[in-house]
Design a protein around this ligand. Structure first.
Ligand code: SF4
Ligand code: SF4
Length: 223
């Protein structure tokens, strides 16, 4: 899932204080699971903003809405009237949701309320961690299902750097396991340590973000 974090309240207040009619729109998929921008978070943010602006004249009108997936236009159709009424839309979806609203409602001012962080998974209550950077050519099979591109701080493909110590990554030993320790342990468990003898060639990064914005066109589906 896409993991996001709500922006600090002070930053959001600074973005919206110039508007009198504000529409807050959440997304009930990824950002709801990571408790950054679902229906509940919309209600909490709206309450905080109402409190902050309670004495303001003219009063700030705040409308709360949430859609199932803000990154898909069909789910946003129901917002058309509210968006036309609002002076600004505060989106609590990831950056994809925000940009979908911008493309779908080109006259609307759409402001982001969350910081989109990464593709990851919940590890335990209140903890999410990154698992994939979307490199465009998955090699998980070669590394026991642990992604060195994402989980090694240096994206090393042929073993650890000299900073791996006691299974921790030198970049942040307190919080980061060394991905290469994880890969080694996993391959040992699977009886596949001989895989580490294969030299991994330099990665072709053109399939990743570095080749420019990506698009998938399924010719069998295009009308
Ligand atoms: S190899 Fe690429 S696609 Fe596969 S998990 Fe890692 S970053 Fe994601
Ligand atoms: S310590 Fe391990 S995870 Fe950290 S950069 Fe070195 S090899 Fe990668």
């Amino acid at each position: 899932m896409i993991v996001a974090e709500r922006k600090p309240l002070s930053e959001i207040i600074a973005k919206v204080e110039g508007y009198n009619r504000l529409l807050i729109v959440g997304c009930n998929t990824c950002v709801a699971v990571c408790q950054a921008g679902g229906e509940k978070e919309v209600a909490m943010l709206a309450a905080a903003l109402r409190l902050r602006f309670r004495d303001r004249q003219p009063a700030m009108e705040i409308i709360e809405r949430s859609v199932e997936r803000q990154c898909e236009e069909e789910f946003n159709q129901v917002l058309a009237e509210d968006i036309a009424h609002a002076e600004a839309v505060l989106s609590m979806a990831c950056g994809v949701g925000v940009q979908t609203l911008v493309e779908q409602f080109p006259d609307a001012i759409v402001l982001p309320a969350v910081n989109t962080k990464f593709m990851g998974r919940p590890e335990e209550r209140g903890v999410w961690s990154e698992r994939c950077i979307g490199c465009g050519n998955c090699v998980l099979d070669k590394f026991g299902g642990i992604c060195p591109i994402t989980r090694c701080a240096k994206s090393l493909l042929n073993g650890p750097c000299g900073g791996s110590e006691n299974g921790r990554c030198e970049v942040d030993p307190e919080n980061l396991e060394c991905a290469w320790q994880l890969i080694y342990d996993r391959l040992a468990r699977l009886g596949q340590l001989d895989r580490l003898l294969e030299i991994e060639p330099p990665k072709d990064w053109s399939t990743a973000r570095y080749g420019g914005p990506r698009k998938i066109v399924r010719k069998d589906m295009v009308l």
